[in-house]
Design a protein around this ligand. Structure first.
Ligand SMILES: Cc1cc2nc3c(=O)[nH]c(=O)nc-3n(C[C@H](O)[C@H](O)[C@H](O)COP(=O)(O)O)c2cc1C
Length: 285
């Protein structure tokens, strides 16, 4: 499956791009509406992009009343990404989404580098969300965790059905002339090609640690990148930064991946998942 990475595509502005995906993932929604951080909020750097959007979103009511019905008209399965500043926010958001038939899964954004984080651990946030919904929960983790496999096991034990790996990692870019931070928020989340080896390591380690389904993302721009993520242990992949430069990436990456699989005699993405590990872990069916 090919998804978009949360926050990297406005499906209502570019419906044809969203329709080329297997799943559309919304930008992270919070309980209250948020304006986001002050501009400048995006800066290109040598090998990736810095953003400090700061979770600008219409709030859960704005999503449910206005955006969700319009997104459902796209005819693409929808995942909603939720985020907050305390465990109760995650619980409240999952409860509000539980009876919405348009939503096939919920992604818990446990790791936004551009806003203050909830004081609870990732596992505590998942534990708060879990009883509120029967929908599949994907825990989106930061690659900056000190012991990412341990965090992945903890969120699995707390009830996560899958992992989304990875979110951006904190970065800084300075202006050539003034040597001042280029982003209004100063620090931002770093994404794009430079993130790929970091993300691959996260997928590789968390696949071993949990055997959970993983949506792999971080610098994927080609079918070969996608194949690497599958081999490391992802069962799906998501496209983020590449969509800014190439809106046709979903179709192109899909074709390139099919060619990569065929060239290796693999009949589908399922056959590629985990190949980098030689023998699949016993926990993986
Ligand atoms: C402009 C922008 C906005 C983003 N907003 C969100 C967000 O709202 N929620 C989230 O979980 N991740 C967000 N991300 C992170 C992406 O979903 C993804 O994890 C990250 O960019 C790595 O993938 P990439 O290198 O393919 O972009 C955002 C990334 C970018 C570039």
């Amino acid at each position: 499956m090919i998804l978009n990475a949360s926050g990297s595509l406005d499906a209502l502005e570019a419906p044809e791009v969203a329709r080329a995906l297997d799943v559309f993932v919304t930008k992270t929604v919070t309980p209250q509406r948020r304006e986001g951080n002050r501009p400048v909020r995006i800066a290109e750097t040598e090998a990736g992009m810095l953003n400090s959007i700061g979770l600008e979103n219409p709030g859960i009511d704005g999503l449910l009343d206005d955006k969700l019905p319009r997104l459902a008209e796209l005819g693409v399965p929808l995942w909603v990404s939720v985020g907050g500043f305390a465990a109760n926010d995650y619980a409240q958001l999952c409860a509000a989404l539980d009876d919405r038939r348009e939503v096939t899964a919920i992604e818990l954004n446990l790791s936004c580098p551009n806003v203050e984080e909830a004081p609870e651990s990732a596992a505590e946030l998942v534990a708060a969300a879990r009883p509120q919904t029967g929908k599949p929960l994907f825990a989106k983790l930061s690659p900056a965790a000190t012991d990412l496999p341990a965090t992945a096991r903890a969120v699995q034990n707390a009830g996560a059905d899958g992992l989304s790996l990875v979110n951006t990692i904190r970065g800084l870019a300075l202006d050539d002339k003034t040597l001042q931070p280029r982003l209004g928020h100063e620090l931002g989340g770093y994404s794009g090609p430079a993130l790929k080896p970091i993300a691959l390591a996260a997928v590789y380690q968390c696949y071993r640690a949990t055997g959970l389904p993983i949506v792999g993302m971080g610098g994927i721009a080609t079918g070969r990148d996608a194949l690497d993520f599958l081999a490391a242990g992802a069962s799906s992949i998501a496209l983020g930064t590449v969509l800014f430069a190439d809106p046709e990436a979903p179709g192109r990456v899909r074709r390139e991946l099919a060619d990569e699989l065929a060239a290796r005699g693999l009949s589908g993405a399922e056959d590629a998942t985990g190949l980098a590990h030689g023998v699949k872990p016993a926990s993986v069916a």
